[in-house]
Design a protein around this ligand. Structure first.
Ligand code: SAM
Length: 193
């Protein structure tokens, strides 16, 4: 039987991309800021150039995975390390972390565990495929083969519920946002009724 790490590794091996430093376009990060009524994030946990408006940044060199994250965080992870960034986010206690992740990852076990079955997570799939920016080629926005999802890991279930409702009420992404975490809560509820 495969252990957890082997399963995760197998899933990761299925993803291929030419580079891991694509920059997020404003069409994606601006509505995320709008959810929180903020003009910038407190921290971009994974960057090279300062593309995302933020007060602080972690890069490959300073290694965002070695630090605690704080405040309103942005994370478009290098694709090969997505699982590490998601797992690190789940360990944070003083941060709300907004991820940009390829939407075809939802079937993968770590997305099931840390997003779909996590009551503190809010997620949605953008209705159109988005282009990402190649560093130093400002106008080139290659459209990836897969779609894009936004995942927000919140500090509490209450915060997640509030954010989900805010996104849906204001129709910020032209699609529906969901909160994760149903199965364990629902199982208890189901067994009691
Ligand atoms: C997909 S890009 C996102 C860039 C930028 N944050 C944005 O969204 O426009 C991922 C970035 O993470 C950086 N990176 C790779 N490993 C990292 C690590 N351990 N800690 C922090 N950043 C890392 C890469 O160099 C790359 O610039």
């Amino acid at each position: 039987m495969q252990n957890e790490h082997q399963r995760y590794a197998d899933n990761e091996a299925k993803y291929k991309s030419l580079r891991d430093d694509y920059k997020t376009p404003p069409e994606i990060y601006k509505p995320i800021l709008e959810i929180f009524g903020a003009s910038k994030f407190d921290l971009d946990v994974a960057c090279t150039e300062h593309n995302i408006p933020a007060r602080f940044y972690f890069t490959k060199e300073s290694d965002g995975l070695l630090h605690d994250w704080f405040g309103l965080c942005f994370c478009n992870p290098p694709w090969k390390k997505t699982i590490k960034f998601i797992k690190h986010a789940a360990k944070q206690h003083n941060a709300t972390i907004c991820f940009v992740i390829a939407s075809d990852r939802f079937y993968v076990d770590y997305m099931q565990e840390f997003v779909i079955n996590n009551p503190c997570a809010v997620f949605l799939i953008l209705p159109k495929k988005q282009g990402f920016i190649i560093p130093s080629q400002k106008n080139k926005t290659p459209v990836p083969s897969v779609g894009t999802s936004i995942v927000i890991i919140c500090e509490s279930v209450q915060e997640a519920e509030k954010i989900k409702n805010n996104i849906n009420y204001r129709n910020l992404f032209n699609t529906t946002a969901f909160r994760g975490g149903g199965i364990y809560e629902n199982l208890v509820h189901y067994n009691e009724t």
